[in-house]
Design a protein around this ligand. Structure first.
Ligand code: KIV
Length: 272
């Protein structure tokens, strides 16, 4: 599926589902679940690498994880979910040439067929325009943009009328320059709903209510893998507790049982 074909889902009123993956195990789950798109999100900096923000993850690490994601798919290239990879912090903020090299290497050396970029400041707009002209599809991302955590924090965004007007005009601009879809994170649901009506491209929400054209979730959140859940991502299953309990049971069983007696060679032979 081409990234721009997601628009057909919106036209048909069929919700788009996007789940993150970070390695071959998680991409196999997401593919088997039938998600339309796999996002190799830079949130893996936090889930997998244990950082407190997404900023430290490098382009090389994003490439490494995206390649692993590709190895987890069982269906052929034409049938597996569309793969979108986050451009990490500082891979696109320093100008168009650097961004083309970064995004190009992801498309060239992994199964990604598009990149996601946060923000719509004038410099970012120029970068996105150039990437699209160079044949690299771009998914936009507005609202809470975690790479700007030191400016925005992790709070809900676009709560004031002024901020909502800015968000709407940035979203319209992203559509105009050719983004194939737009992620809206942690904003009021009415604003996301309004944008979904205003834009032809699909609006994908996370913490942005139910009026979007699709939803994206961090798979680790849905599976309850960590003890730090964002307020808008309720786990579907308490996997962390289940795993700890299963492992604890195994450890305790081993600790409380004595080592079996080694059988002699003659006894082993008689076992056969
Ligand atoms: O990195 C990520 O997982 C994301 C989602 C929260 C949209 O960008």
């Amino acid at each position: 599926m081409l990234p721009k074909e997601l628009i057909r889902f919106k036209e048909k009123g069929r919700q788009i589902t996007i789940l993150t993956a970070w390695d071959s195990l998680s991409s196999a789950f997401v593919e088997a679940a039938g998600a339309d798109v796999v996002l190799v999100g830079d949130s893996l900096a936090m889930f997998i690498h244990g950082h407190s923000t997404t900023l430290p993850v490098t382009l090389q690490q994003m490439l490494h994880h995206t390649q692993a994601v590709g190895r987890g798919f069982t269906s052929p290239l034409q049938k597996h979910p569309l793969v979108v990879c986050d451009l990490p912090f500082l891979s696109y903020q320093c100008g168009e040439d650097k961004a083309v090299a970064a995004a190009g290497s992801l498309l060239k050396e992994s199964c990604a067929s598009a990149v996601k970029i946060e923000g719509a400041e004038p410099e970012v707009i120029k970068v996105i325009e150039r990437l699209i002209r160079m044949g690299i599809p771009v998914m936009g991302h507005l609202g809470l943009t975690p790479q700007s955590v030191h400016n925005l924090g992790y709070h809900k965004q676009a709560e004031s009328v002024l901020e909502q007007e800015k968000l709407i005009s940035q979203a319209l601009q992203l559509e105009k320059i050719g983004c194939f879809s737009l992620v809206l994170e942690h904003i009021p649901s009415e604003v996301a709903g309004r944008l979904s009506q205003l834009l032809k491209i699909p609006v994908i929400g996370i913490g942005a209510g139910e009026y979007c054209d699709g939803q994206v979730r961090v798979t680790a959140d849905l599976l309850g893998l960590t003890d730090k859940q964002p307020p808008f991502a309720k786990p579907l299953i308490q996997t962390r507790e289940l795993c700890i309990k299963a492992l604890k049971d195994w450890v305790n069983q081993k600790k409380n049982s004595s080592k079996p007696r080694t059988t002699s060679a003659s006894e082993q032979e008689s076992d056969y």
